[in-house]
Write a protein that binds this ligand. Structure first.
Ligand code: GRF
Length: 201
């Protein structure tokens, strides 16, 4: 299966997918990496792996709608079976969401703590268990049907960076496993239930 991965930062989730796809039995490969900004480690990781990159910066477009169309066209050029939004910090608009299935990953147990500061918000709330979520993106912010989740304990003395790194260790494995199963076994969506192969979630 052909994956296009969208990144905005360090790209360690991307790196996990690049590493996994080195094994032909994984069943998927990253055919392109897209970003909303230049100069991020995620793009450098793609280039080191010899994977084509594209950048569509919102400020280069007269409107959000124009950017939505442009990024959908850039993705379409690589004919993905699945788009993975991994640390991509833009909401994808209808031109993308209506053209491709988009898998998103979030460092909290949705519906708790959606948005750009899920780790900070969980810490501030004082939860003792948080986690990560892999879901299908929809037009909202972290509101799509949940595919897989895994809990991660919050430890005394955790700060945001330390907790986020502990979550990301789990998140990278959950994303790689979930995407691999979706590509190898196929998936169906009915309402808010995502079924991979013959079983749910
Ligand atoms: C991940 O935890 C992702 O869920 C969140 O930001 C982080 C991106 O990490 N939105 P990376 O760029 O994949 O290293």
């Amino acid at each position: 299966g052909r994956l296009v991965v969208l990144v905005s930062g360090s790209g360690t989730n991307l790196q996990a997918l690049l590493d996994a796809s080195a094994d032909p039995s994984y069943g998927a490969r990253v055919v392109a990496v897209g970003a909303d900004r230049e100069g991020i480690e995620g793009l450098a990781r793609a280039s080191r792996a010899g994977v084509p990159i594209f950048v569509r910066n919102l400020c280069d477009y007269p409107s959000r709608e124009d950017w939505d169309v442009a990024i959908a066209a850039a993705i379409a050029a690589h004919e993905p079976d699945l788009v993975i939004s991994a640390g991509f910090m833009k909401i994808l608009g209808a031109p993308t969401l209506e053209s491709f299935p988009v898998v998103n990953t979030h460092p909290a147990l949705l519906p708790s703590f959606p948005g750009a500061h899920g780790v900070r918000d969980a810490l501030a709330y004082g939860v003792t268990v948080t986690g990560c979520t892999v879901m299908l993106a929809d037009a909202g912010v972290d509101t799509g049907p949940i595919i897989a989740q895994e809990p991660v304990r919050v430890l005394p003395g955790d700060d945001e960076a330390g907790l986020h790194e502990r979550i990301k260790t789990v998140e990278r494995r959950l994303l790689v496993d979930t995407v691999g199963r979706m590509v190898r076994e196929g998936w169906t969506v009915s309402g808010r239930t995502v079924r991979i192969g013959n079983h749910i979630g």
